[in-house]
Design a protein around this ligand. Structure first.
Ligand code: GAP
Length: 517
């Protein structure tokens, strides 16, 4: 099965089991906008809580806010979004399809790199244990050609993007002989800039409506509240402000399910530090954020850093944490050293003094900022795509059976346990409901009595429930139940009184947070 097939199955599974639905589906959906269903919203809330608690509970010097989506329009002028939050777009004249010029080129480079990987794979097979990959890449004629080709295109693209030279970008697309995937032709328009912000109007037109934007990042809500929080919270630098909230971007290349959406959620933290110390803090936050991801135990090899070569004009260092999604390693989170750009800009545009007075050194300065910015939906996708597992099982009679199990980290699982009466009679449902009613104050529980016990286990596996508690006739005699573990499917018999401790041991966020210190 190709990774593309797996990805399609994950998307179908998300819909079938109430994780994610296309928005307004009865009207055929809306491009790159999605709704979270009954299982999805629980998983999403658990991810938010894991992030929020890791920021707020584990750091005495980080506090949270929740700022409005609408902000004064000058905010976006000051931040540079009105003038520079653009994508370079190109249209194919025959298919009338619109593409991001840099994405067309990136995909072309990826195809060359795929060819290179195939050559490496073939050589590795041929030479076996004696294979030296570095030597092969440095000496094999074909490998050298592919590397050179990809490097040359990337350099030309970065150079054109850096200089905003759209003619050069178009010329590169023509030189690479890139054809439109729909029409197959190379009949391209000029490259044009397209602003990604959604605009709307506030107030009635008679009063003179104000053009406002749906925020494209949550960060600016933090910057404009820097003074409020610093003063009212009596915060001493270094300190951070965290926020979770919706962001909106009119993405042109919106695809890969919830990877690139038009309405999405961000979890951002701005950490304010003295000028000159920012690169030390940048390294610290890179490490902290990587540890946060790895504590989930999806596999350390699934993450890697990608350092930005082309820096935004306001940054003096930037890295992404990339995750191995089914469609390859892609950005999951950004860690940026944003200098004093944003606060200085807001000082300039608002005319308000935005500085910090350091009483110890008796000096005042504009703080520098390290930002950690992660897309909640992308984080959701990393969990869900890693969790999806198809298993072939052998039944007691020797025949084969299949199950799909979502191996979601237990602390993030939407439902923590299901209480299931073995049969729908003999007082078992009543006993099961009683047990569920005791546990529901601590854990998200489900009660299910419909269909055979095997079918009910499968339903819980499909949403990633770590524990199934089965109530049988023995329960009525000695107050014991069987506990079935999702991943191993092993069952153990325990006293009902032991359940809270057993379940909490595995599903509480506490053990995850403790790993982070
Ligand atoms: N304040 C900095 C900022 O917004 P960004 O790299 O544009 O930086 C940060 O976005 C994170 O937000 C990304 O790493 C990604 O996880 C998420 N993100 C960005 N655009 C997105 C989109 N269209 N759909 C889903 N997530 C997105």
């Amino acid at each position: 099965m190709t990774s593309e097939d797996t990805f399609k199955k994950i998307i179908a599974h998300c819909k079938e089991y109430g994780f994610i639905f296309p928005s307004s589906e009865i009207y055929d959906g809306l491009g790159a906008v999605y709704d979270y269903g009954q299982a999805g919203v629980e998983l999403k809330n658990n991810i938010k809580k894991y992030w929020w608690d890791a920021m707020i509970l584990l750091h005495d010097n980080i506090v949270g806010i929740d700022s409005a989506i609408f902000m004064h329009p000058t905010v976006w002028k000051a931040s540079g979004h009105v003038d520079a939050f653009n994508d370079p777009l190109i249209d194919n004249k025959d298919s009338k399809k619109r593409y991001r010029a840099d994405v067309l080129l990136e995909e072309h480079i990826r195809k060359i790199e795929d060819k290179l990987s195939k050559e490496v794979g073939k050589a590795a097979k041929r030479f076996g244990d004696a294979f030296d990959e570095k030597k092969f890449l440095d000496t094999n004629q074909r490998a050298l050609e592919y590397r050179q080709q990809a490097g040359h295109i990337r350099d030309r693209m970065n150079d054109a993007l850096q200089r905003d030279d759209f003619d050069a970008l178009r010329q590169l697309i023509i030189d690479c002989e890139i054809a439109c995937p729909v029409s197959g032709t190379r009949n391209w328009t000029e490259v044009r800039q397209f602003n990604l912000m959604f605009a709307t109007e506030m107030g009635s037109t008679a009063d003179g409506a104000l053009k406002v934007y749906l925020r494209p990042e949550t960060a600016q809500g933090i910057f404009v509240n820097y003074l409020n929080v610093q003063k009212t919270g009596r915060m001493k630098i270094p300190f951070g402000i965290a926020q979770i909230g919706k962001a909106f971007r009119n993405e042109i290349v919106a695809r890969q399910f919830i990877f690139r959406m038009r309405e999405f959620e961000q979890m951002e933290m701005q950490f304010f530090v003295p000028p000159g110390t920012e690169l030390q803090w940048y390294e610290k936050w890179k490490e902290k954020r990587m540890n946060w991801h790895k504590a989930l135990q999806l596999g350390d090899e699934k993450y890697r850093f990608h350092q930005h070569e082309k820096l935004a004009h306001y940054a003096n260092a930037a890295s992404d944490i990339e995750f191995a999604f089914p469609f390859g390693f892609k950005e999951l989170e950004g860690i940026h050293s944003r200098t004093d750009f944003d606060l200085s800009q807001h000082q300039k545009y608002s005319g308000k003094k935005i500085r910090y007075f350091d009483p110890e050194h008796n000096e005042s300065y504009t703080p520098f900022v390290i930002e950690t910015s992660i897309g909640l939906d992308r984080m959701f996708l990393s969990i869900i795509s890693n969790a999806y597992t198809e298993e072939t099982l052998t039944k007691e009679d020797g025949s084969a059976d299949e199950r799909v199990v979502m191996r979601i980290p237990p602390a993030l699982a939407p439902v923590k346990l299901a209480v299931l009466p073995l049969v729908k009679k003999d007082g078992l449902p009543e006993k099961a409901v009683e047990i569920k009613n005791r546990l529901k104050f601590e854990f998200n529980c489900q009660y299910d009595e419909k269909d055979s016990i095997g079918k009910r286990y499968r339903r819980q596996d499909a949403i990633g429930t770590p524990y199934c508690i089965t109530v049988d006739h023995q329960t009525l005699d000695n107050d014991t139940v069987t506990v079935r573990h999702r991943d191993t499917m092993k069952q153990e018999r325990v006293k009902t009184g032991q359940l809270p401790e057993i379940i909490a041991g595995k599903v509480s966020l506490k053990s995850l947070l403790e790993k982070l210190g």
